[in-house]
Structures are given as C-alpha cells and as structure tokens.
Design a protein around this ligand. Structure first.
Ligand SMILES: C[S@@+](CC[C@H](N)C(=O)[O-])C[C@H]1O[C@@H](n2cnc3c(N)ncnc32)[C@H](O)[C@@H]1O
Length: 309
C-alpha cells in the first residue's frame, strides 16, 4: 500500500453517521434532520446530495468543519446560530448570538399589528426591542407605505436588524435607534401602532429553560424582573402619550401572562379596548390595546417629525 493511500478518505456517509450519533447522544430530538442541515451547510451542497452521494469523498478541511459544527450543536448551541438564519413570515432573517432567534408565534404579533393599521394610509409604527429586526422588517415588507422606528438597547442587535432590513430592501423605511424602551421617542401622539415582543421570562426561570435558550440566547432578550411583567408595566405606561388617538399597542405575551397584563392595561385608563389573541397552540399570545379616541388615527399624512434623542 502506498503512503498516500494509508489514510482512507472520509466520505459523506461517514460524516453523516458520526454526526447523527453525536447529536442523538446529546438529546437532540430531530438529530437526523439537523445533521443533514448542518452537513449540507458545512459541505456547501443541497441536502439531497447527502442521501444520493454517500460514497463521495470530502476534503480534510470540510470534514473538520462538519465535525466542529456537529460538536457545537451537540453542546446545544442553537441550530439557527450555526446556520446563521431563521425563516420568519417567509423572510430569510439573519441571526447571530446577539439576537433572539425569531419564534413562529411572533408571526401572530406581526399579523395583529398589520390588522391594527389596516385602514391607515402611510402608517407610522415603532417596534420596541427589535432584536434581529424580524418584526420591523416583516411589517415594512408587507406594508411598503409604512415608516417604522426600530428600537433596541443592544447595539449589536441593531447591527443585525439593520443588515436584515437592507437585505430585504426595507433599509430606507426603517429607522434604527439605540434606546431604553421608548425613552428616545419624544414625538407626542406620533404613532399609529407600537409593537413589542419584550423580554418576559421571570428572572429566576431563565436558568431552567432548555439549554439552547438559557446558555446561548442573550439574557437581555429574555429576563424581565421577578414576575416577568417588568416590560409590560413600562410599555403600558410609556406608550399612550406616543400613540395617536385610536392607535394601538400590540404586545406578545408569555404563556399564562394574559390575565395579569390585560388587568394592567384596563387599569391604565388610556385604552378603550383591550383584547388578546390566541396562537396556534391555543395560548393567549398577543394583546392589542387600543388608545381612547378616533382622532387622527385614520388620517393619511406624512410621517411626523420625531424628536429622536
Ligand atoms: C424577546 S426579544 C425580541 C426580539 C425580536 N423583536 C423578536 O421578536 O424576535 C426582546 C428584545 O428587547 C431588547 N431589550 C431588552 N431590554 C430592552 C430595553 N430596556 N430597551 C430596549 N430594548 C430592550 C433585547 O435586546 C431584545 O432584542
């Protein structure tokens, strides 16, 4: 045997078997499917090639890249951070460890926000805690006449959000602002809708979440004080002066929070209608609170000049 033939080439099939076993052993539920996504990404081939060309030899570098990715996934790093992407309302949203991975239930938040501004020409909206920008970008794509202000306290998150807006051709209609919730927005009664998927996990519950979330997703995107309601209190207090009469505050709710947040919204006195919408799992997931009055909310007009600090 020649020296060159001493080390047998690693094949696609070898990598597939090894990675599947690793992921399965780490308790990954969809080990087979995730293996194929990771290998397709590492080897830069469509995933059906993995099945059809198991005997294909791969380079040492590609084999190493595939093993590193499988090892990271086995350590429970989220698949989306490894692949760098998550689909959201039909959009390919880039994700990185600085941002929460968009969840399917947040698509309902977008739907309800679009419904809230359906009869309004050229609506002005704010997305508070924009993260990857998935909500702001989806709204801007689905309502090309809208102007969206996307706010987040995290500068790295805003960089990801901005890149997503540019990627989907909405960069000129979304203004990105680093801010503590609504504090940078000085323009009174400027908004037709304020939408937010705020952090809502009680502080002490974060560590008990599945490892992908607790170890890898940004804590600033998750934790919300001892009862998980800290951001709802602040948004319910801060949003009414910024909303036009008849404007809507639309917030995603954590499981089991609907009653408490509805009570807070009703006690607030600024809203004449407060409703919750259920997600596909039957969980009350989105609260829509409509500010008292019908004033200018349905009038078309140019976006107001906002005092953004
Ligand atoms: C639950 S994540 C939502 C991210 C994204 N909107 C989504 O739905 O996938 C909450 C976001 O709020 C941001 N955030 C946390 N505290 C904040 C604050 N005080 N002011 C503004 N944004 C904040 C986090 O950085 C994070 O991006």
């Amino acid at each position: 045997m020649s020296a060159g033939a001493a080390a047998a080439a690693v094949t696609v099939g070898d990598l597939r078997r090894q990675a599947r076993a690793l992921l399965k052993g780490a308790g990954i539920v969809n080990a087979a499917r995730e293996t194929d996504w990771l290998l397709a990404f590492a080897l830069d081939v469509p995933s059906h090639v993995l099945m059809l060309e198991g005997a294909r030899a791969v380079s040492a570098l590609q084999a190493e890249q595939a093993r590193v990715l499988a090892g990271r996934r086995a350590a429970r790093e989220p698949l989306q951070y490894l692949l760098g992407t998550q689909e959201f309302r039909g959009l390919d949203i880039a994700v990185a460890p600085a941002v929460l991975i968009p969840r399917p239930e947040s698509e309902l938040l977008v739907e309800e926000t679009l419904r809230a501004v359906a009869g309004i020409a050229a609506p002005v909206l704010a997305d508070v805690g924009t993260g990857s920008g998935c909500i702001a970008v989806a709204i801007a794509c689905e309502r090309p006449d809208a102007t969206v202000y996307a706010l987040d306290v995290s500068a790295p998150a805003l960089a990801v959000a901005r890149s997503n807006a540019i990627r989907h051709g909405a960069g000129d209609r979304i203004r990105f602002i680093r801010a503590d919730l609504l504090e940078a927005l000085g323009g009174a009664r400027a908004f037709d809708a304020i939408v937010s998927n705020p952090p809502y996990i009680p502080e002490q519950e974060v560590e008990g979440l599945q490892p992908e979330v607790a170890r890898y997703e940004p804590r600033v995107a998750l934790a919300a004080g001892p009862d998980g309601l800290a951001f709802y209190r602040r948004l319910l207090h801060g949003a009414p002066p910024l909303l036009k009469p008849g404007g809507s505050l639309v917030m995603e709710l954590g499981c089991g929070q609907a009653e408490a947040v509805t009570r807070m919204a009703l006690q607030n006195g600024a809203f004449d209608s407060v409703e919750c919408r259920k997600d596909m799992a039957g969980i009350e997931r989105v609260l829509v609170a409509r500010k008292v009055g019908t004033g200018g909310a349905r009038c078309a007009g140019p976006p107001p000049v906002l005092m953004v600090s």
